[in-house]
Design a protein around this ligand. Structure first.
Ligand code: ADP
Ligand code: MG
Length: 678
């Protein structure tokens, strides 16, 4: 267990601590009454009996019936934690954090003690922990240190219907260890009724049904497709708020991501200001993956009688989190989803129509406490004819590099015969093997190399961990872990207030002096902050998000610890920027693109037109040759976080991947071959 962080950031005021202060004894009693009122409560004994009699049980129950919060507690109360702990996996980090906070309250213990959580770069659990909520990806990583999960007596793979990549891999791994560990109990829980597939996969494991209560939900469609679903969602929310009596229920709006949610929040705030005092307050509660911990609890606070709550959520509120008191659901019908082309090896995130199954789950959120209404911002024709029945499992639409590296380091070599619940496309597997081979993670025989073994220690995507491991050769590991940490924050680094955009942009461009790329700018930001002794004031002055920087520091500390584990010295290149760029190229060479005459770029390996994201410091400079960190598709296919390289480096770092003809600079015929230019 190594990717740990102290609990300072998670066990603070937000949840557990404030409990004793604010709640007192009667509050605790009320929580116990709430627990007894959940649908799952009447099935407690029956469920425990099923678990006692069978090693694997599939549990199916409507969202909000109490599966996630109650079942681990029942098992704990029944003594299953006497010889091991209960692990409960969640596809989403916010869910792991929020649910563990709730359960620690219900059990009257401090979060991080008996009840804890573990998500990437943040471990809020201890030796005392007996109920541990964790992301599915974290349990996957625990296999590396504990291949038979011997410290667990129960593993509950929750939200199984989400079929994330990690959950799918976990299925295969837990099924395997269950054979050699008859004492281990497995629960697979799902919010949808097609549990037969899980049961079949787990050798006809019994299906335990928890009948939910569900009130009727009236579905409204739009008459014509909406041109701007965000605006339509806002207008609909305001209409509900103004025309429906206060106190009859809250509103839940499904949006696709943080940026969209922040935009909606701003517009809603502006428009409600003009409503006058006769209309009650509209309390706006955003919830998305990177929402700071202390704000996450807000969505669960009861709404005052004189106000209405509108929750602006990503897909997280579809089944992972249950928010009580929702009567109106607004569903624009979109979700941000990963897609992957095994042909080109390119992965991108794009806003995609949801499936019918998702649409029905979303509607269901309106009918938990009473009859509700769902406003679908698409036509009934769209629903019937355009939406797929189910979402394609992630394993079939993602890059498998990470998973293959993980499985290889677990000693699972025969990937084609791995017991997948749904196998990935063969082309994706091959592509992953090809990439890992190109990155020197695997040798010709498909075995893990020394470099690969080191890389597997890092909880990062293969190219990022390669960049770190490769930095040893270029003597810049110090810079590289800062860059990797900054790239892993997941939230925005820059702060760009509407009224000070010019100032903010100027401050940002300061870090790009000398036309450096985004990676080096990230490193400069980190270092400048460090030089001010991590000053908050400095962040304000430079329009940098303090919170993001603190997270970067936490991540960096952990990466530094991991460097030590793999015995790479922390070395600084002392200003040799070329060394840094070369180390980046030695990992990101598959993501190389070259400038075209019209200012767009073509990717080198599988030609495709792409563009530098406007937020990049190189967006105006347009260097001839670049490598990029990731592709995102919004209005165009954009490369985010790019750095300039010299084409001859490609031959240098990846002679097996590129040939001289690939890197000939056709645009500068007069230049001697192999000499890049600025
Ligand atoms: P399921 O897993 O079956 O969807 P849960 O166990 O997540 O159901 O939810 C049971 C109840 O616990 C719901 O009423 C939900 O609102 C409540 N709950 C869950 N997490 C929290 C939280 N962090 N704060 C307040 N209530 C919560
Ligand atoms: Mg749940």
């Amino acid at each position: 267990k190594h990717e740990v962080m102290n609990c300072t950031s998670c066990c603070g005021e937000a949840y557990g601590d404030s409990l004793e202060k604010s709640m007192g004894k009667s509050g605790f009693e009320k929580l116990q009454a709430d627990r007894r009122s959940l649908p799952v409560y009447s099935y407690r004994e029956e469920l425990l009996k099923a678990v006692e009699e069978h090693q694997v049980v599939i549990v199916v129950g409507e969202t909000g019936s109490g599966k996630t919060t109650q079942i681990p507690q029942y098992l704990h109360e029944a003594g299953y934690t006497r010889h091991g702990k209960i692990g409960c996996t969640q596809p989403r980090r916010v869910a792991a954090m929020s649910v563990s906070a709730r359960v620690s309250q219900e059990m009257g213990v401090k979060l991080g003690h008996e009840v804890g959580y573990s998500i990437r770069f943040e471990d809020c659990s201890s030796d005392k922990t007996v109920i541990k909520y964790m992301t599915d990806g974290m349990l996957l990583r625990e296999f590396l240190g504990e291949p038979d999960l011997s410290s667990y007596s129960v593993v509950m793979v929750d939200e199984a219907h989400e079929r994330t990549l990690s959950t799918d891999i976990l299925f295969g791994l837990v099924k395997d260890i269950a054979r050699s560990r008859p004492d281990l109990k497995l629960l697979i829980s799902s919010a949808t009724l097609d549990a037969k597939k899980f049961s079949d996969y787990f050798d006809c494991a019994p299906i335990f049904n928890i009948p939910g209560r569900r009130f009727p939900v009236e579905i409204n469609y739009t008459r014509a497709p909406e041109a701007d679903y965000l605006d339509a969602a806002i207008v609909t929310a305001l209409q509900i708020h103004v025309t429906r009596p206060l106190g009859d229920g809250d509103i839940l709006v499904f949006l696709t991501g943080q940026e969209e949610i922040e935009m909606a929040e701003e517009i809603l705030k502006r428009r409600t200001r003009g409503l006058g005092t006769k209309i009650g307050e509209l309390i706006i509660c955003p919830i998305y993956a990177n929402l700071p911990t202390e704000l996450q609890a807000k969505i669960f606070e009861p709404t005052p009688k004189s106000a209405r709550k509108v929750v602006l959520a990503t897909n997280i509120a579809e089944t992972s989190l249950t928010i009580d008191g929702i009567k109106y659901v607004i569903d624009p019908g979109f979700v941000k989803m990963k897609s992957y082309s095994p042909r080109t090896g390119m992965e991108s995130l794009l806003v995609t129509p949801i499936s019918k199954a998702s649409a029905n789950q979303r509607a269901g959120r309106a009918g938990r406490t009473g009859p509700g209404e769902c406003f679908r911002l698409y036509t009934s024709y769209n629903y019937q004819n355009d939406l797929e029945d189910n979402t394609v499992p992630e394993i079939q639409r993602t890059n498998l590099g990470n998973v293959v590296l993980n499985l290889k380091s677990l000693g699972i070599d025969d990937l084609v015969n791995f017991d997948f619940i749904d196998p990935p496309p063969e082309a994706s597997l091959l592509k992953a093997l090809e990439l890992l081979f190109a990155l020197s993670v695997l040798n010709k025989k498909g075995e893990l190399t020394k470099v690969g073994r080191k890389m597997a220690e890092f909880p990062l995507d293969p190219m990022l961990s390669k960049m770190i491991v490769a930095s040893e050769k270029y003597r810049c590991s110090d810079e590289m872990i800062s860059i990797a940490a900054m790239l892993s924050i997941g939230s925005s680094i820059f702060y760009r207030p509407k009224d000070k955009q010019v100032h903010a942009d100027n401050a940002r461009m300061n870090f790009y002096t000398g036309h450096v790329g985004d990676h080096i700018a990230l490193f400069r930001i980190y270092n400048s902050w460090k030089e001010t002794n991590f000053s908050t004031q400095w962040c304000y002055e430079n329009y940098i998000q303090v919170r993001s920087m603190k997270r970067a520091r936490d991540i960096r500390d952990q990466l530094e610890g991991l460097l030590e584990r793999v015995e790479i010295e922390v070395m600084s290149s002392s200003g040799d920027l070329e060394a840094i760029s070369k180390a980046i190229t030695s990992a990101y060479f598959p993501n190389c693109a070259r400038l075209q005459k019209n200012g767009s770029y073509t990717t080198l390996r599988h030609p495709q037109t792409v563009h530098i994201h406007p937020s990049s410091g190189l967006a105006q400079l347009l260097p001839r040759w670049i490598v990029y960190h990731e592709l995102v598709q919004t209005t165009k296919e954009y490369m985010r976080q790019v750095s300039e390289i010299k084409p001859e480096w490609l031959i240098d770092v990846a002679p097996h991947f590129y040939q001289l003809k690939d890197v000939e600079d056709t645009g500068s015929k007069k230049m001697p071959r192999g000499q890049g230019r600025r």
